[in-house]
Ligand binder design. Structure first.
Ligand SMILES: [Zn+2]
Length: 300
């Protein structure tokens, strides 16, 4: 005779509910909010060993509140290594892998060179409509808080490889442009009227990378799908394309942000630019602002 099976006087639904509650309790005990608050304070400790340990510990929480805590440490910590650690964990937690190491191709400094110290330089390639150029200059000067200058591009892009025989390869264009840049305390934005693409993508609005001080955006087809080829729509799309291409260089990541509405959100078609916000989300904003502060000329 087999022993009677042990049966709890609970329905299957009640047992699942208890299990779920136990799991939630385990999560709260493992990563309690008061522990996170304590770590936020420790991350600002004058002892770098304590502040770095706190940043490591916060990175294990994996919650939006912990990302906020990391942003706080990134902004406020007095220790450069703690801030760098926090920046890396912010990018990892938000699934924007940071770019590591030197540029894929160190610039050999081809002539002519563009000195970037303390300014944004717009290089105009092709026929960039005067009004569009002027509004982009004004937008970037206000947003980036640096002097913005623009000039006709002296660079030749004839013979650059095309994707499927059509649009210009934006990556090659960026690589070539980056080879003329000197100085990292500024940014160069090449504004071209060519249709751009990249390997595997038939269309891109622009391109920028986590390393390097240059980015590229295109004005081609920006009014596509807009009622009556609205100039205001084209301007807004160009601002957002510029925010994103330059954003990669400011945040030091090649990845896109996953928070809809962020200017770093992925763009597949020109109409997707309309869905982006006019600025970065709070997390991307924190990272971008720190870099912009670093770009300011001394005394600002
Ligand atoms: Zn973002």
């Amino acid at each position: 005779m087999s022993p009677p099976a042990l049966r709890l006087p609970l329905s299957a639904g009640a047992r699942w509910t208890i299990l779920a509650l136990l799991l939630v309790l385990a999560g709260v005990l493992g990563y309690p909010p008061w522990r996170l608050a304590a770590l936020e304070k420790e991350a600002l400790s004058p002892d770098p060993a304590v502040s770095r340990a706190a940043v490591y510990a916060m990175s294990s929480f994996g919650s939006p509140a912990a990302v906020d805590g990391l942003c706080h440490a990134f902004r406020e910590s007095g220790d450069a290594e703690t801030r760098e650690l926090a920046r890396t964990f912010i990018l990892l937690q938000t699934r924007m892998l940071p770019s590591y190491g030197p540029p894929r191709r160190p610039p050999p400094h081809l002539e002519p060179t563009f000195e970037l110290e303390g300014r944004f330089l717009l290089l105009l390639d092709g026929n960039i409509e005067q009004g569009l150029r002027a509004t982009l200059e004004a937008f970037l000067a206000a947003r980036m808080r640096l002097p913005v200058e623009s000039e006709a591009s002296p660079l030749s892009f004839t013979g650059l490889p095309r994707i499927d025989g059509g649009a210009t390869n934006a990556e090659t264009m960026l690589d070539l442009t980056a080879q003329h840049v000197r100085g990292e305390h500024g940014r160069l934005l090449l504004v071209t009227d060519r249709e751009l693409a990249r390997p595997g993508r038939a269309w891109v609005a622009g391109v920028g990378h986590g390393f390097g001080a240059a980015a590229v955006v295109s004005t081609a087809g920006l009014e596509r799908g807009a009622a009556g080829g609205d100039a205001a729509v084209a301007s807004r799309r160009l601002f957002r394309a510029a925010l994103q291409a330059l954003g990669h260089t400011l945040l030091h990541t090649d990845q896109n942000c996953r928070r809809p509405g962020c200017a770093m959100f992925r763009v597949e078609r020109v109409e997707d630019l309309d869905g982006l916000g006019d600025d970065y989300c709070p997390v991307c904003h924190t990272l971008a602002e720190a870099e912009l502060k670093h770009l300011q000329p001394p005394g600002h």
